[in-house]
Ligand binder design. Sequence first.
Ligand SMILES: C[S@@+](CC[C@H](N)C(=O)[O-])C[C@H]1O[C@@H](n2cnc3c(N)ncnc32)[C@H](O)[C@@H]1O
Length: 275
Amino acid sequence: MARRAIDPSDGLIADIVGPWALEKHERLRKYIDAYRGARAMFLPPRGSGGAAFVDLFSGPGRSQRDDNGQFIDGSPLVAYRAALQSRTRFSDLHFNDIDADNVDALRQRIESLGGAAHFYNESAEKAVERVAYALDPSGLHFAFLDPYNLENLPFSIIQRLAKLPRMDMLIHVSVFDLQRNLRRYLDDGRVLDAFMPGWRDAVDPNRVDQAVRTDLLHYWLGLIRRLGTSPAEGIELVSATGGQRLYWLVFVSANELGRKLWGDISNVHVQGRLF
Ligand SMILES: C[S@@+](CC[C@H](N)C(=O)[O-])C[C@H]1O[C@@H](n2cnc3c(N)ncnc32)[C@H](O)[C@@H]1O
């Protein structure tokens, strides 16, 4: 289980995170602001279909930085406030976390901001079915996928979301997990079978670690592209303060405007590239 703190501002639980979480949230905030015009086209009075935000690994809504102790918003609150500030709210919010205490804390936080949301307390793999079913296929929706590790992000989740015609996704992939557990994942195979089905026929595990990692990630991006409507673009390295590679942010959108907006954002303060 993740380390926890109590946020003195509301007495509710918070995650402990590294400072690089700020960059992840900054990109999320910027994208939500950047596509406000597109969102408005699917909201009354201009349109219908809705514009939902989906966070399948939501956490409790607040975190404490492990470097300076500061409390910061988690992705659900970042997204909620960003939409509010852009004057183009989401039509619906869908938050899921496998941890019931996180869901409970987040529910209280959203309520205290005057918001309303759908809350789920299951594995993301299960929740995605109910969430996708609840979304209007004629809307423009946005999902943030932020698991701790590859194991929690089976490809079936991306596949299910990509069935919706206008579903943008921002996926936070733990490179650290792949780096640390590469040989174990290759030997056992089950995590990679779920994360990137078919990898055994596409990747040679006998190459050096770094090459295998790159091959695996290429293969995974290829799988996403093969979903047809959702080419993966805008890969962004999020590095820790020491320059260590920890995460990638991968943006997936079927929509040219979405990819352009993300391109504009991801080019600001780029610290490195995946390949
Ligand atoms: C990286 S944290 C999320 C942080 C949050 N998105 C933020 O930016 O504030 C990952 C979360 O996923 C939850 N989790 C772990 N396994 C899960 C699973 N299989 N399905 C759904 N949630 C899961 C954990 O309880 C944890 O809150």
